[in-house]
Design a binder for this molecule. Sequence first.
Ligand SMILES: O=C(O)CCC(=O)C(=O)O
Ligand SMILES: [Fe+2]
Length: 318
Amino acid sequence: MALPWWWRDASRALASADPSPCALIARRAAQLDAEAIAARLATRGYAVLDAAFGGAVARAICEAIRGLHLAGRLHRGKVQHGLQQSVNTSSRGDRIAFLKPEDEGTPEVLHAYAASVDLLRERLSRHLALALRLEGGLDGCHYMCAVYPGGGAHYVKHRDSLPAPHRAGRKLTVIYYLNEGWSREHGGVLRVWPPGDACEPVEIPPLADRLLLFVSTLEHEVLPAWRPRYALTTWMFNARHSAMETLTETLRQKKEAAEAGTLNCRKLLAALDAESSDEDEQVVGNATAQKVIFQLLKRRQAKAKKAAEASSVDDGAG
Ligand SMILES: O=C(O)CCC(=O)C(=O)O
Ligand SMILES: [Fe+2]
């Protein structure tokens, strides 16, 4: 039976069409040499891969992030102090958004990228030397897109994870750079300090289609960028260490709050004894107020007991 004319035309068109960025990502990701990347990370602490997914993929991802930026979905990057965060533009000038690939609003190409990087994580986590180096396996990924708007936006020297003896959850930082036509005068170079004291930093310009992986405890810094600079960052994490890190920090904060409460309580009681009312109401938290009331009740009880004893002595004397 002869095929209809449209069938022949359609199949020709399909065969000649460029594969979509999503298809390209999946294809190229499968070709990445995870074994070689893992070996390099285990020995040197970082690995740079150029022409990682192809220029078309970098362009499509860059467009998707630009779209999120224009739609107001990015916010100022925050500086982390334990579990607390604050905006500090002199430390960090980027605009970021954490991506949840499962969210409906996530562009398809970012979804495809996340799926492929997650596959790379699985393959990297089978490498024993790397697991030993990271003191744990790689259980999942968190994704963040970032735009440095130019005008000297930078990120001061920092680590994404605390080094030993801490066992932080983030194990590997993986950055896909998206900047076509980037040149020296645009700045925005990433400096990474490889392990070992004597090492000079390695300078990595954020060139389009470059994939950089490094151990998250390494110090690094983004030099001032003079043109908008786009990147998509993934943190590969160990689930048990992440949970322990959160728990340790929560306990530390609770202890700190309790200590501050005890101090406030002493100050308040001293103020009560001195019958002064200079204390700033703002320093009194709920827990502190409870402690103060409890102390007052105890004092009242002690006073009442003393008075009762005194009156029974009086009665006896009468
Ligand atoms: O974009 C980069 O090159 C690094 C950014 C960075 O260090 C971070 O977001 O923690
Ligand atoms: Fe970082």
